[in-house]
Write a protein that binds this ligand. Structure first.
Ligand code: F6R
Length: 265
């Protein structure tokens, strides 16, 4: 795992956006896996700014979102489809037909999930998957105890997750307790994964992800088994880590190595 500890949330957003921009500029028809929630909002703002400044185009990009609430239509303000349109897609030059979010209004969730997987496969899979992380270590809506080889399916949200997301719903408004989510096995098939987290309330989950055992009780810990993962966090999210100094030292050594390779070549 590559662990990048930065000063603050803005640096995390900037770093994360740059990784995505580099990926697209290397391969303009790249397939991205995207996340919703608070964590990626600033990163998406950085992407919008880069697009406005002509540093990147999304014209040929295809996106697959991790998850959606079951029971919300795409025009519901709390649906993840609506979030993506508002926070990113409507502000860039992406073709909306190439943006995929599981259909929360489906009457046949099993078929919708199977079709979502088939579509991802047919389009060549995800090159770079962006992830946030729940306070309980969930990725997508794969809550603790999710099978580490699970596929896209219906998941029941924990009370903690429902509570954490209540802030987005009006008092008394229907808040779904079920979701459609890419499975952990699905996520692990991405060629590259970047998990971002900021704030002290993510410190425990980050500690368990990086330094804990691989366990279905902290779904993000499975990332230890992926060959190309970068965890990008701010100082607060790094508070629980035992070995931050070592992770920073590795980054410095890597930069030195890269510089030496560049000079030599
Ligand atoms: C959202 C998602 C979730 C969030 C996680 C953190 O698509 O997959 O796993 O990344 O719940 O949410 P925030 O960023 O709001 O703390």
């Amino acid at each position: 795992m590559r662990i990048v500890v930065l000063n603050d949330a803005e640096s995390v957003a900037h770093y994360g956006a740059n990784q995505i921009i580099e990926t697209i500029n290397k391969k303009p028809d790249t397939n991205l896996g995207l996340a919703t929630g608070s964590s990626p909002i600033r990163l998406y703002q950085n992407l919008i700014t880069a697009y406005q400044q002509g540093q990147v185009s999304f014209k040929q990009v295809t996106t697959f979102n991790l998850d959606e609430y079951l029971g919300l239509t795409g025009d519901h303000p709390q649906s993840y489809r609506y979030f993506m349109n508002q926070q990113l897609f409507n502000e860039i030059d992406i073709d909306l037909d190439n943006t995929f979010v599981p259909d929360g209004s489906t009457k046949n969730p099993l078929k919708t999930c199977a079709d979502y997987e088939a579509n991802m496969r047919e389009r060549g899979g995800v090159a770079l998957q962006l992830l946030g992380i729940g306070r309980n270590g969930h990725i997508g809506f794969n809550e603790p105890s999710s099978s580490l080889v699970s596929r896209t399916r219906v998941k029941t949200l924990t009370k903690d997750t429902v509570e954490a997301n209540r802030r987005f719903f009006k008092p008394g408004e229907f808040q779904p307790h079920l979701s459609l989510t890419m499975g952990i096995g699905t996520i692990m098939e991405a060629s590259q994964i970047m998990l971002i987290a900021t704030g002290a309330d993510k410190a425990e989950a980050i500690k368990n992800t990086i330094e804990g055992p691989v366990s279905a009780y902290c779904p993000a810990s499975i990332l230890q088994m992926h060959a190309n993962v970068t965890v990008v966090i701010d100082q607060d999210a790094a508070l629980g880590l035992k070995d931050v100094a070592f992770y920073q030292y590795i980054e410095q050594e890597q930069s030195r190595l890269q510089a030496a390779i560049k000079m030599a070549g």
